[in-house]
Design a protein around this ligand. Structure first.
Ligand code: C2O
Ligand code: CU
Length: 553
């Protein structure tokens, strides 16, 4: 195994992700940030320098469990202090498991500002993937607004509330096309054909393939808001990996990707090599106001600029949840390569997801508490048993069984909180995520929940309120997918199981950036007394600042 060093300067720059000039957060002048590529077992060392000048910064390594390095998880107020303007910080962590991952800012709404990139871990030297492929491509998916994240953030935190609306563009590897379409000549719509120079910042990266080969597409979604559906004209996709774990191979015509998820799919280039084909990403789960993101599957020897003869693949209707559920239920673990879930749990926590009000401000709440992060990072204050750093009371384990998840709440008011679910070390925890109606009638949204520090088994999905009597026996303990992100469907529940084997403080939250900003998350902590060697720089702020200065910890 190797130690791989990276030197990163993070700063703002002008850029035109969708052909419209804007300001993005860039790493070493690149947007998206540079791809980290390593082998399982390697140590990654990122020497970061905050050149944002007026704002703090942290970077989260999404999907990396941070075994023995919980301080390197890159979550502001949770695992570390924000890195101040002009200051350096060094992340050092092991990538223990091959897979498709990504990284992104985890302070305020910096992910929406464009602070993200890919992190790809190949199998260790001498090991093999359980499938064959001749080449690979990387598709990092995001959504993009022309309004600055600062304006977005102020709108979300204002009364009256101002929603950010739908994005202007869907980006593939940071590239999209606003107000024009590569496929305009197929639309009866008014969109005009894009005239983009090949070297423009918004010109699509074609996927250049040879006929009769197998390619691996690594797909990861860091969208701020949108759920996406990927389809490739004339080509089936065989899903083989989800969130850094192998899945039982399954062939699909199109697939849903929620924010925080990653997949690998295999495609075979067995179609007529006389033409090119579309790769299309359309919006799901919310009434789209954003045209699909497009790029080209370019069969050699055609030129990439040669547009496909066929129209882009038709994607399922945005509100066809039956289709989404059927795709989600097809993703199952590759049993020979996946650990089995314990058959029993020690503690089961029910988390009700509701949209609420606090003094007239619109929030999202879990068991009626909307998360606000403390100024002192939990990892430091819990490690040193400091009083007064966060709400000492444990948040509720469940919600009233009278709660009607199909209707707006009788009382929509909730409270702020910073309490922690302290989990006993090395125990099995079940989480029942329960969706409900939002503030408005007949509205229930999709929420992709992401857990830090762990993979979990997704034991099942269901409709309405989870019932111990009827739903328990339907849980899949045989081959549940092992993942770090799982969605809850409108008016439904999702059951997760994980083992508290990783000392640290871990966020568990909706991966929709505005929802997290509005309080949609909880904090888990386990075995914090076992955490060793927290660098001073990680917790030298707030109530723990003095400790690091006097004792050097
Ligand atoms: Cu990718 Cu806490 O998130
Ligand atoms: Cu959400």
């Amino acid at each position: 195994a190797k130690t791989r060093h990276f030197r990163w300067d993070v700063g703002y720059m002008f850029w035109s992700p969708d052909c419209v000039e804007n300001v993005v957060m860039a790493i070493n002048g690149q947007f998206p940030g540079p791809t980290i590529r390593a082998r399982a077992g390697d140590t990654i060392v990122v020497h970061l320098h905050n050149k944002l000048h007026t704002e703090g910064l942290v970077i989260h390594w999404h999907g990396i469990r941070q075994l023995e390095t919980p301080w390197a998880d890159g979550t502001a107020s949770i695992s570390q202090c924000v890195i101040n303007p002009e200051e350096p910080f060094v992340y050092r962590f092991k990538v223990d498991k091959a897979g498709t991952y990504f990284y992104h800012g985890h302070y305020g709404m910096q992910r929406s500002a464009g602070l993200y990139g890919s992190l790809i871990v190949d199998v260790a030297e001498g090991e093999k993937e359980p499938f064959h492929y001749d080449g690979e491509f990387n598709l990092l998916l995001s959504d993009w607004w022309h309004q600055s994240v600062h304006e977005q953030e102020v709108g979300l935190s204002s009364n009256p509330f101002r929603w950010i609306g739908e994005p202007q563009s869907v980006l593939i590897n940071g590239r999209g096309q606003y107000n024009c379409s590569l496929a305009a000549h197929f639309n009866n719509s008014t969109s005009k054909l894009c005239k983009i120079k090949g070297d423009a910042q918004c010109s699509p990266h074609a996927l250049r393939v040879l006929p009769n080969k197998t390619y691996r597409l690594r797909i990861a979604s860091t969208t701020s808001l949108n759920s996406l559906n990927l389809a490739i004209g004339n080509h089936k996709m065989v899903v083989v990996e989800a969130d850094g774990n192998y899945v039982d191979p399954v062939a699909v015509e199109n697939m849903d990707i929620y924010s925080g998820e990653s997949y690998s799919v295999l495609i075979t280039t067995d179609q007529s090599p006389s033409m090119n084909y579309w790769v299309s990403l359309s919006v799901r789960g919310r009434k789209p106001n954003t045209p699909p993101g497009l790029t080209i599957l370019n069969y050699y020897p055609n030129v990439p600029a040669k547009l496909p003869i066929l129209p882009p693949p038709v994607s399922p209707l945005w509100n066809n949840y039956t289709h989404s559920k059927s795709f989600t239920n097809k993703i199952l673990a590759l049993e020979s390569k996946t650990p089995k879930p314990p058959t029993r749990f020690n503690r089961r926590i029910y988390l009700l997801n509701t949209q609420t009000k606090i003094n007239g401000f619109t929030k999202w709440s879990i068991n009626n508490i909307s998360l606000v992060l403390p100024s002192t990072p939990y990892l430091g204050s819990m490690k040193h048993n400091l009083k007064g750093a966060f709400d000492p009371k444990s948040p509720p384990e469940r919600f009233s069984h009278h709660y009607d998840v199909m209707k707006p709440a009788a009382n929509p008011n909730s409270t702020h909180g910073s309490g922690v679910y302290v989990l006993e070390f090395n125990t099995t925890i079940d989480i029942i995520l329960q969706n409900a109606n939002a503030l408005a009638e007949n509205v229930s949204e999709i929420h992709p929940w992401h857990l830090h520090g762990h993979d979990f088994w997704v034991l099942g999905y269901g409709e309405g309120k989870f019932s111990e009597k009827n739903d328990e026996k339907k849980l899949n303990l045989k081959n549940p997918p092992y993942r770090n992100t799982a969605v809850i469907f409108p008016y439904g529940w999702t059951a997760l199981r994980f083992v508290t084997d990783n000392p640290g403080v871990w966020a568990f939250h909706c991966h929709i950036e505005p929802h997290l900003h509005m309080g949609m998350g909880v904090i888990f902590a386990e075995g914090v007394n076992r955490v060793k060697n927290i660098p001073d720089a990680a917790i030298g702020c707030g109530l723990t600042a003095k400790l690091t200065k006097n004792n050097g910890l």
